[in-house]
Design a binder for this molecule. Structure first.
Ligand SMILES: Cc1cc2nc3c(=O)[nH]c(=O)nc-3n(C[C@H](O)[C@H](O)[C@H](O)COP(=O)(O)O)c2cc1C
Length: 201
């Protein structure tokens, strides 16, 4: 029998960080182990306790576990590229946020930021449970908005695939398999985005 290909990633740090930050990455294959409802609730709970501007908590999540009608409905709202791999996941989400403030129609300028913080909590909770997270911008947004009955003051932003680490890269199309097995991870240097003084372009 052929050995299963294992994936290990190299994260070249310039400064030491938490192991959980260093070890996180976004696979496109996942183990066959199901994600159960208590797993899903734990991950959502981590997001629930994220900070948000004026504690508005503008995030809204549609979640579906593999085998459910909701999972299939979310899958059908992904774009073609993400549909080529996201069916390997054991749970799918559609993420949205409320565009307006609590008490009036004024735009909540910070809602996008808050959903990002929610997802920050989510990825670290999930990773601590050995559950990998792969976020997706490639969503048929209008379709998802309609499919899940969002009203006009909600903006659908992203989808998310979850599954336990340890999937078999052989199930991926050749180009995605190459990316999956590529050990090297890359980031901009701190000098490109952090300024101890004026912004430099
Ligand atoms: C908001 C967001 C949208 C993304 N959209 C997609 C996507 O549509 N399809 C995909 O395969 N990966 C997507 N990614 C994954 C990124 O490409 C990935 O996080 C990035 O290359 C860094 O890799 P790492 O997460 O393994 O460190 C997205 C990530 C984020 C945060």
């Amino acid at each position: 029998m052929k050995d299963k290909q294992t994936v290990s990633k190299n994260t070249p740090l310039d400064h030491p960080v938490l192991e959980s930050i260093k070890n996180r990455w976004s696979p496109r294959v996942f183990a066959n182990t199901p994600i159960c409802e208590p797993d899903a609730k734990k991950i959502l709970e981590a997001g629930r306790w994220a900070p948000s501007a004026s504690n508005i908590q503008p995030w809204r999540i549609i979640w579906g576990i593999k085998g459910s009608a909701t999972y299939d409905r979310i899958f059908n709202c992904l774009d073609e590229f993400n549909q080529s791999w996201a069916g390997n996941s054991q749970m799918l989400w559609i993420n949205a946020f409320k565009k307006t403030m609590k008490t009036n129609d004024k735009e909540n300028f910070h809602a996008h930021h808050d959903l990002g913080l929610f997802m920050g909590n989510v990825i670290h909770q999930a990773n601590s449970m050995d559950i990998a997270v792969h976020q997706m911008a490639g969503v048929q947004f209008k379709k998802a908005h309609k499919e899940f009955h969002f009203t006009d003051d909600y903006h659908v932003t992203t989808a998310v695939a979850f599954g336990y680490f340890g999937g078999d890269p052989d199930v991926l199309p050749e180009d995605l398999k190459r990316q999956e097995l590529n050990e090297m991870r890359e980031r901009k240097s701190q000098e490109e985005f952090a300024f101890n003084g004026n912004f430099k372009n």
